[in-house]
Design a protein around this ligand. Sequence first.
Ligand SMILES: [Zn+2]
Length: 534
Amino acid sequence: MLRKILSAAILLVAVCAFSQSGSPTHFNGKTWWDYVKVLADDNMEGRETGSAGLQRAEAYIVEQLKQAGIQPAGSDGYYQRIKFQSREIVEKESSLALVRDGKVEPLVLGEDAFFSTRVDLAPELQSPMVFVGYGLSIPEKNYDDLAGLDLNGKVAVILNGSPADIPGPLASHYQTAAERWKTLRAAGVVGVITVANPGSMDIPWSRMSVNRTHPSMSLADPEFNETEGEKLVLYFNPASAGKLFEGSGHTFEELVTIAKERKQLPRFPLSASIKVKAALEKKNLESANVVAKLPGNDPDLKNECVVLSAHIDHLGIGAPINGDSIYNGAMDNASGSALLLDVAASLKKSPEKLKRSILFLFVTGEEKGLLGSKYFAAHPTVDPKSMVADINVDMFLPIVPLKILTIYGLAESDLGDMARQIAESHGITVQADLEPQRNIFIRSDQYNFIRHGIPALAMGVGAAPGSPEQKILKDWLTQRYHAPSDDLNQPVDLAAAALYEEVVRGLMIDVAQSPQRPQWKQDSFFRRYAQSSN
Ligand SMILES: [Zn+2]
């Protein structure tokens, strides 16, 4: 899953729990884990986009697809090759400081803040700062954090989050880097500083900061540049954020308290300017998506396909934690890629007469900003209109028994109803996203399909609020998410994995067999993309 740096308060919703689990018929969890063991092995070197390790993992996937009788559907056999540019910060030639009343106060890189190299940082910049609250403009709700502010030539300081009365998907959408930058740029902003919300960080600052010099990537084709004109992106340590607000008449603590209540934040100019020197090392590189197809049998519907997607890339080799520098990404997302292979193999073993075709899509560049899926959705190797749905599998976390399934996008399209029905037929309780503030609906590859009008969803093993299982899932995020310990030496619940696979397989088959394509709900925010792409 793509790391989101910040989030806000956790919204808890009551759910009904307790039901027996149905037993899976096509899966035993063991074959799935066997694939995970190969893909997350140390010799895959953490499957970094553009690396030899990822190439090896993809070659293995292609081999397995061939054995399962799934046909190539890329632009070059099973592959769709993509060009990237990587950017790495050279910290010893870079610096950060606050300038207050003509006095320079240096900031420590990594401790106070660090650069995001997702954007093409300007070599030098000095600019006044304005605190813009959540930094959100949501015309649908007449909500505008930027109203009345003079932002021309300024750096916007944001505390991530959103007010409680903005629906989750809408708030998530406007928090994407691209949407946010559109509005900020129009207001004259030249850069963004995001302050991590201490109440709701997925992983602690020290772990965020330790890999800050790891390269970022973007798609080389300029058509994908969504951050043009953005000269600075910084992440600021909440423990140091007091420095930003000194002399502003507000304290960081006060703002965090308001954000916790999810009310609109005050917006005001800050007393200091930010002074930046940023040196970047840039490289060109190539990586690939893997695309394969199982043709359907219906004379008409076989020309349509259900996309089953998972990202295969992870973070590669990085800063060592407890002596381990290989970020294996066993759950994130060898687990999802393995699921696709396992489902493909199950179809060979017990073939279903599918009406629509199934497209198996293993994307690269997810951890770099959903880049492989962005490229695929813009330049699919199949007819763009033929894709009826995307079921994305990313880090579904079968580490507790599958009694509750969290469905991201549950209320947005028919897919949610279909997934609910299948899950419930297996005795699984379904819940919507309990933590909309974590923005999971837009944090994995399904989002790029959504942007192109294609109904999509993702699902994860869930837990009831306050339950021991919820604590296990939460602890996993704190300790193993995007750490070298997301490896093969962690407890996994094979029965939960098998049952989850059963639900995905069932949903995929239902979509493939249904006379109608899945539709967005009338009141779904995301329906607009289907309308604009038709
Ligand atoms: Zn991830």
